[in-house]
Design a protein around this ligand. Sequence first.
Ligand code: SAM
Length: 239
Amino acid sequence: MEYFDIMNTASLDVNLAFDQEIYNKFMQYKDMIKHWNEKINLTAIVEDEQIVKKHFIDCIKIFKCSPLKEAKNIIDIGTGAGFPGIPIKIIKSDINVVLLDSLNKRINFLNEVIDKIELKNISTIHGRAEDFSRKLDYREKSDVAVSRAVANLAVLSELCIPYVKVGGYFVAMKGPSVEEEIKDGKNAVSILGGKIEDIIEIEIEDSDLNHNLVVIKKVKETPKAYPRKAGTAMKKPLR
Ligand code: SAM
């Protein structure tokens, strides 16, 4: 019960219910991260309290962004060890979640987590973000795309915005200073059919961490030319 209260407070802060069953799932997930991290590189954060604050609570706070609460299906691009997709699924089980990552070892880990903590309506994709958003089953099909710690906003927009339905949202979880990134990425967002609607500052309980959610609304279709071939967005970011 060590972290129950702090996680409960964080959940209340975003108006979501928290209970023992949800807490137990988070603790099982934490133990699996620590266990698998001995064999494969999942995260540099290995201490229990840090996992709870810097991963779990940080991800719960994405619900400060209201379109996420209304979303029926979301895709998490470059999910790694499952952030923010798995915490989103644990705390709000009625959202359909797709977790995508190009590293198969991490996808194997995520499949095991899904199985062990019995998460439903959640699936994984092993592949490059740029390849799957060209497929009809994925292109402009998600209510919301989310992503944390994958690339700067210009690059990330090309990886994520093509998945979002017109009228939906792309929510990028970013660090404390986003002004420069937004200045550099604004044009890319617009080329890809997005419009920056809001920047929401979030705080983590009992810590001096503060982050930003960049909330981008999809206002028109992504032109067929995007995303470019895998790797191109990173090498030549849209300006
Ligand atoms: N989102 C997680 C988090 O916040 O802890 C993981 C962040 S990790 C630094 C970046 C992840 O993005 C890695 O797991 C990597 O394999 C994945 N990634 C990077 N470029 C990608 C691409 N083009 N398509 C799919 N996954 C990608």
